[in-house]
Write a protein that binds this ligand. Structure first.
Ligand code: IPM
Ligand code: MG
Length: 365
């Protein structure tokens, strides 16, 4: 049976983005060949790179193909040289605009530990051994998008303001996603969902908690708990394995997912997916554009390579190709190949290209 080509847009972005995306593409090309996939792949400037070229971080010439695409692979965006750009033209605005324009409301951020890397974690190995949690962050609402927002003079004082707002429908759809994710992770039952909010202070969180609780009635096999965000931050550092899936709003998810990522030893290992309600997705490493090491060829491309695997699994329904990539990465880690970010003192390290090559070799082997 032949299927029509699926369209992938690649956005290398800024900083280390182009270097790590190049390795992601090489791995994607390899599984396209080995699994007989039919993909059309095109690349467009995005973020600071697009601002430099077109005066906008998300020009129509990039947004239009993204709308048409089945999936998008993103490197990273931003850097200090754009700090002086007008706020609405900063690279970050491009990313927010893309998430919003494509309705990518469900952001999956897994934090799992490779046993071989437990020494790279900032926590004691026994606290993180076997860690495998997912943070599901709401991505197109909350304080990131609420209005009014701005900086204005009020009674002679410059005043900055943003608005944290969620309606029931937005909370309902991310809650349904969270329960479905729990069910998919543990079809045999025993999944646990922790909803994180600040319902002791914020009305928006009160509605969040009420709505998530209402949705839970449809998922009797998932154990739901609620936690305040300050406590959740503490619990993540104290005993992270108490969590299975965490669902939370945009800002809380931004903060907690960085903390969770660091528990695994390297933010350079973790992929993410941002999904709409029809399976379309934007896939990107959790880490940023790391301007300090850009162009040096030392960035870890594994988070991007694992983002390619997520893309194959979640949007393209090519689970076997995704498994092949993930198992190749696991073998590379087991064999002791280390980029600088995941090496412990004294260990030999490889650069971006060599790490990508190691994954390619493992795929072929
Ligand atoms: C992230 C990043 C973004 C966010 C920035 C770059 C806009 O920190 O994806 O976590 O805050 O969402
Ligand atoms: Mg962040």
């Amino acid at each position: 049976m032949s299927t029509s080509a699926r369209r992938i847009v690649v956005l290398p972005g800024d900083g280390i983005g182009p270097e790590i995306v190049a390795e992601g593409r090489r791995v994607l090309d390899a599984v396209v060949a080995s699994h007989g996939l039919n993909l059309e792949i095109e690349e467009h400037p995005f973020g600071g790179a697009a601002y430099d070229l077109h005066g906008h971080p998300l020009p129509e010439s990039t947004l239009a193909p993204c709308r048409e695409a089945d999936a998008i692979l993103l490197g990273a965006i931003g850097g200090p040289i754009y700090d002086k750009a007008p706020r609405d033209l900063r690279p970050e605005r491009g990313l927010l605009g893309l998430r919003s324009a494509l309705g990518l409301f469900a952001n999956l951020r897994p934090a799992m530990l490779y046993p071989e890397l437990s020494d790279a974690s900032s926590l004691k190995p026994e606290l993180v051994a076997g860690l495998d949690i997912v943070i599901l962050r709401e991505l197109t609402g909350g304080i990131y998008f609420g209005s009014p927002r701005g900086i204005e003079e009020r009674d002679g004082v410059r005043t900055g303001f943003n608005t944290m707002v969620y309606d029931e429908n937005e909370i309902h759809r991310i809650a349904v996603r969270a329960f479905e994710l729990c069910r998919a992770r543990r079809p045999e039952g025993g999944a646990r969902l922790c909803s994180v909010d600040k319902a002791n202070v914020l009305e928006v969180s009160e509605l969040w908690r009420e709505t998530v609780t209402r949705v839970s009635a449809d998922y009797p096999n998932v154990e739901l708990s609620h936690m305040y965000v300050d406590n959740a931050a503490m619990q993540l550092i104290r005993a992270p394995k108490q969590f299975d899936v965490i669902v939370t709003g945009n800002l809380f998810g931004d903060v907690l997912s960085d903390a969770a990522a660091m528990l695994t030893g390297s933010i350079g290992m973790l992929p993410s997916a941002s999904l709409d309600d029809a399976g379309k997705g934007l896939y990107e490493p959790i880490h940023g554009s790391a301007p300090d090491i850009a162009g040096k060829g030392i960035a870890n491309p594994l988070a991007t390579i694992l983002s390619v695997a997520m893309m194959l699994r979640y949007t393209l329904n090519e689970g076997a190709a995704a498994d092949a990539i993930e198992s190749a990465v696991q073998r590379v880690i087991s064999a002791g190949v280390r980029s600088a970010d995941i090496a412990v003192e004294g260990e030999a390290t490889v650069g971006t290209r060599a790490m990508g090559q190691a994954v390619l070799d493992a795929l072929a082997g």
